[in-house]
Design a protein around this ligand. Structure first.
Ligand code: GLN
Length: 469
């Protein structure tokens, strides 16, 4: 028997006498029954029921936390003490977390139950989950299609109704794009709003952990618990968390990305859907005007220069000695590094380490890395400028719907999946993908809303009241 679909349904089931233990067992059973999806790398059949029993006792005593009854999954790059974690990479094979991510600590303190860890692209690098060392994830909406990436298992775990909320990470779109592909809500917080402590780093100036859920309410409930400053992560903001109310924000000024409608290669139904929202919002009395996406054609190259540069540095720690895989053939230190990394990393990760090392190398640093940093600054300034005129920015999440595994083989074509999502990461703004569309091919797709930094309260409220998500 599957679980009540949303957190509020789970809470009413609890009020009617169901137990969290029962819900946790149902979730684990459902995950087993949907093994074909390959969404989970591991279930937690011991710690999940144990936590659930603890929550049941707290519910009886009237001391349960705000997330009592919420079942969640964590992406395989989020550390949970005593549980394995591997970023879907061979190089971390057999590695067990020595401590929990702040996000995990906060979820447990709020009495959420963590069901298992989800498959993803290796080190969160990808847009289709095809880069996992542990195989593809199937899209629950159509198993012949990818679920998106890199948080593909996370998206699938929600879309298949196994958990209420999945925690993914978003460096260039990895929460929002899989949300769009699976018909779920996917939210990336403002950079610095959620602690990255215990998140296996991909690109540290971009990475944020965030929720995927069936609706905005569940995403907001989960986000509210994980948000806030953390002494373990000096890049978190000390700003107090704004309470999330989901009440009607009134008439808004909304800028829409004209390029999202006009760009070549856009799916015509995605365009028509966005246009229909624009027309409706105008009729409802909002001010809706076109806005130019700043430096659109430079965003993806800028992102890939900076993200690979940061990744090449972050991944230097995987040396065959400190963590996980150690080459059996290797003799001596140098060979240990070389062979362990050669055997442990997959092709896409290697490509990115090479690219990142190249753009940081003495002879090319100014031409690539330095230049990309300057472009990033201009892009951030122009994005913030747009928020002087608009409360929200609206556009497509992706150019189209989910594709088949193997359909996109050119890495550069794959990188273009991120065309509408990387702006929020480059500029550090919050952004959300809302599952408002269904294509004539039967697949879901999303629209994306962005707000100015730390305005997640408006973003959630508008998502709910303007888009019914
Ligand atoms: N698809 C992008 C990439 O491959 C985004 C990844 C992410 O957000 N983790 O880099």
């Amino acid at each position: 028997m599957s679980i009540p679909k949303t957190f509020s349904e789970a809470r009413s089931a609890l009020a009617k006498g169901a137990s969290v233990t029962d819900l946790a067992h149902r979730s684990l059973a459902e995950a087993e029954a949907r093994k074909d999806l390959n969404a989970f790398l591991q279930l937690f059949p011991e710690s999940a029921p144990a936590k659930a029993a603890e929550v049941d006792a707290k519910l009886k005593a009237g001391t349960a936390g705000p997330l009592a009854g919420l079942l969640v999954s964590i992406k395989d790059n989020i550390c949970y003490k005593g549980h394995r974690v591997g970023a879907s990479s061979r190089i971390l094979e057999g590695f067990t977390s020595l401590y929990s991510a702040t996000v995990v600590e906060r979820l447990l303190a709020a009495d959420a139950v963590i069901i298992g860890r989800t498959n993803c692209d290796e080190f969160a690098m990808g847009s289709s989950n095809e880069n996992s060392a542990y195989g593809n994830v199937k899209n629950p909406m159509d198993p012949t299609k990818v679920p998106g990436g890199s948080s593909g298992g996370a998206a699938a775990s929600v879309a298949a109704g196994i958990v209420h909320v999945a925690f993914g990470s978003d460096t260039g779109g990895s929460i929002r794009q899989p949300a769009s592909f699976t018909g779920t809500v996917g939210f990336k917080p403002t950079y610095g709003r959620v602690s990255r402590y215990g998140l296996i780093a991909f690109a540290s100036s971009f990475d944020q952990i965030g929720p995927l859920a069936h609706n905005v309410e569940d995403a907001a409930a989960a986000y509210s618990v994980i948000a806030g400053s953390d002494p373990h992560d000096s890049t978190t903001s000390r700003k107090p968390n704004a309470p999330i109310a989901l009440s009607n924000p009134g008439k808004l000024r909304i800028g829409y990305f004209r390029e999202g409608l006009e760009r070549a290669g856009m799916d015509t139904e995605v365009v028509a859907h966005l246009q229909a929202h624009i027309d409706r919002l105008k009729r409802e009395g909002h001010t809706v005007e076109p806005v130019e996406v700043p430096l659109l054609d430079h965003q993806v190259p800028t992102y890939y220069i900076l993200a690979t540069a940061e990744a090449s540095s972050n991944l230097a720690r995987f040396d065959g000695i400190h963590y996980g895989h150690h080459s059996k053939q290797a003799q001596g230190v140098e060979e240990t590094y070389r062979l362990s990394r050669t055997e442990g990393f997959g092709a896409e990760v290697k490509r990115r380490i090479l690219l990142g090392t190249f753009v940081l190398s003495a002879g090319y640093y100014d031409a690539y890395y330095g230049q990309a940093q300057r472009v990033r600054r201009i892009l951030r300034d122009r994005t913030l400028e747009a928020f002087g005129r608009f409360d929200l920015l609206l556009g497509p999440t992706c150019p189209g719907t989910a594709f088949a595994p193997g359909e996109i083989t050119d890495p550069v074509a794959m990188y273009l999946q991120d065309i509408f999502t990387v702006q929020a990461n480059l500029a550090g703004t919050p952004a959300i993908s809302l599952p408002t569309g269904t294509h004539s091919n039967g697949l879901p797709f999303g629209v994306q809303l962005m707000a100015k930094p730390f305005d997640e309260a408006l973003l959630f409220a508008a998502s709910k009241t303007l888009f019914g998500a």
